[in-house]
Design a protein around this ligand. Structure first.
Ligand SMILES: Nc1ncnc2c1ncn2[C@@H]1O[C@H](COP(=O)(O)OP(=O)(O)OP(=O)(O)O)[C@@H](O)[C@H]1O
Ligand SMILES: O=P(O)(O)OC[C@@]1(O)O[C@H](CO)[C@@H](O)[C@@H]1O
Length: 303
């Protein structure tokens, strides 16, 4: 079974305006409210690809109710722990590019955290666990590390999509896959990375530190996969950018969907890259037919 964990789910409030003026009244042209959070996005894309999975995490208040109801309408299975506060609303302002304003999220008590950790005990050898996104401030920042440490030894493949220390700390425990984007990769090493060539030495270091696979997504510059001593690059198919929120999560979901079917991480990388671009070229998220249309334009080359 595949489980995704979103410690801090959100309603993503997408807002388009013609022009944005600071300090003035701006009228919204179009708006859309979608359940979000990185693990939830992975669940959504897996569900669209016909891969059974369950979304776990913490949800609360009227926003939490909206998130749960909307996910069930989409056919996504959930098993969230309830908290008292409201799940956050993340603003995605689409004008001259995308500006994001992400909320802090509700408090989570140690009892609620324990209920979540108890839930994880149902994991079986062979299961796959996705830990994705930021964690609310109330939670210990060793949380991802502790979970990876526990479950990797139980033959669970753990995938981590997080940033900074949360990501650094999991490496010695051999996560199956991590997926920083090039900016997050640069942050880990205190450098600025702009090209795939510049990313290569740093991706290799993450493998040396323990990750089994590393995908570095680079927006319109393509993707890199690091696996053992090998490095692979995918190009980007032709298309028009509509929304890049969740494109990275789609890469993760596409990788998983293909990997569980074929067990081939290089082919899974190609499928993940197609899913990322299919989401970037859609108003919402990718669909299976669109991924399979774009994948014909994607080549994987060893670099
Ligand atoms: N402008 C774009 N044109 C084509 N493909 C894109 C574009 N932006 C993203 N993609 C595709 O989606 C992948 C993931 O995008 P990106 O590197 O922006 O991930 P991310 O920063 O983790 O995204 P997020 O956190 O919003 O989900 C890219 O590597 C690429 O395959
Ligand atoms: O604040 P976090 O947890 O780092 O990121 C949350 C988020 O920006 O990531 C997703 C896109 O990847 C969105 O659905 C969501 O709003």
């Amino acid at each position: 079974m595949i489980y995704t964990c979103t410690f801090n789910p959100s309603i993503d409030f997408f807002v388009k305006v013609e022009e944005f003026k600071w300090g003035e009244l701006n009228r919204i042209k179009t708006e859309m409210k979608v359940p979000g959070g990185k693990g939830i996005n992975v669940s959504r894309v897996l569900q669209r690809l016909g891969v059974e999975n369950k979304a776990l995490g913490f949800i609360g208040g009227f926003t939490g109710q909206f998130i749960t109801d909307a996910l069930h309408t989409e056919g996504i299975e959930t098993d969230f722990i309830s908290v008292e506060g409201d799940s956050r609303i993340n603003i995605k302002l689409q004008v001259e590019g995308e500006t994001e304003l992400n909320g802090a999220g509700p408090a989570i008590s140690s009892k609620q955290l324990q209920a979540f950790l108890d839930q994880l005990r149902r994991l079986q050898p062979g299961d796959l666990l996705v830990l994705a996104g930021s964690i609310p401030q109330a939670l210990p920042d060793t949380l991802y590390r502790d979970i990876v440490k526990d479950y990797v030894n139980r033959d669970v493949k753990v995938i981590v999509d997080a940033t900074k220390q949360l990501l650094k700390d999991v490496l010695p425990y051999r996560p199956f896959l991590i997926k920083p984007n090039h900016i997050e990769l640069g942050e880990l090493f205190g450098v600025t990375i702009q090209t795939p060539q510049e990313a290569i030495p740093y991706g290799k270091r993450l493998i040396e530190r323990g990750a089994k696979h590393v995908i570095v997504s680079m927006g319109d510059k393509g993707n890199l996969l690091f696996k053992g001593d090998h490095v692979y690059y995918t190009n980007i198919p032709k298309g028009e950018l509509r929304n890049s929120v969740g494109a990275g999560d789609s890469v993760v979901a596409g990788f998983i969907a293909s990997y569980v079917k074929l067990g081939d991480s290089v082919e899974a990388f190609r499928y993940g890259a197609a899913a990322g671009s299919a989401s970037a070229y859609s108003e919402g998220f990718c669909t299976k037919p669109f991924i399979e249309q774009l994948i014909t334009q994607i080549n994987v080359q060893q670099v």
